[in-house]
Design a protein around this ligand. Structure first.
Ligand SMILES: [Fe+2]
Ligand SMILES: [Fe+2]
Length: 184
């Protein structure tokens, strides 16, 4: 018996919610490097770690290795279309992270911050395209059986990274709380 809630697309959409919290945190630390450099570095280091582990290793990898190949198998045109575009953007996000790290190492905080802002802006657009175009396309394209099979494959990945995923989610929530306290 197939449960229509067991869709890989639903699981990925939930992860998008956590990833989008990055933007809220980043907004709140604008200019922090001027009066608390240590705190700014600490938060950016965490955000970079979050992007590399949660957004990239846990989330993008599930899209690239579990969902997208099956979509392309069902409709090969997607490799040069919407799905190929999503894969290319994942690569671009990896390059952004490297650029932010270099700027941080050089203590070019303003530059690091503005690249990070651009990263979040592009990542938010990417997420909108997935939520409103690519995932609905996947739901139409894949049978409920396949969508559920992919959901369980994705859960296996989550099991493998469950400790990291929980820790990162908790830290993001804690940071949001702490920043509210500091700022209000
Ligand atoms: Fe993506
Ligand atoms: Fe995504």
């Amino acid at each position: 018996m197939i449960n229509s809630n067991n869709r890989i697309t639903q699981l990925l959409t939930q992860e998008h919610e956590t990833i989008l919290q990055l933007g809220q945190i980043l907004k709140k630390i604008n200019g922090l490097w001027k009066n608390n450099e240590k705190k700014f570095i600490e938060i950016i280091d965490f955000l970079l770690h979050f992007c590399q582990i949660y957004a990239d290793k846990i989330h993008h990898l599930k899209e690239e290795q579990i969902l997208f190949p099956i979509m392309i198998e069902q409709n090969p045109m997607l490799e040069q279309g919407a799905v190929g575009e999503m894969n290319d953007q994942h690569e671009m996000f990896r390059e952004f992270i490297i650029e932010i790290k270099i700027a941080m190492e050089n203590k070019d905080f303003e530059i690091a911050y503005s690249i990070f802002q651009k990263y979040v802006e592009l990542l938010s657009d990417h997420i909108q395209i997935e939520n409103f175009e690519v995932f609905p396309m996947a739901d139409d394209l894949l049978s409920s059986e396949i969508n559920e099979q992919l959901y369980f494959k994705a859960l296996d990945v989550d099991m493998e990274y469950s400790r990291e995923k929980n820790e990162l989610t908790q830290k993001v929530n804690q940071l949001l709380k702490d920043l509210n306290i500091v700022i209000s």
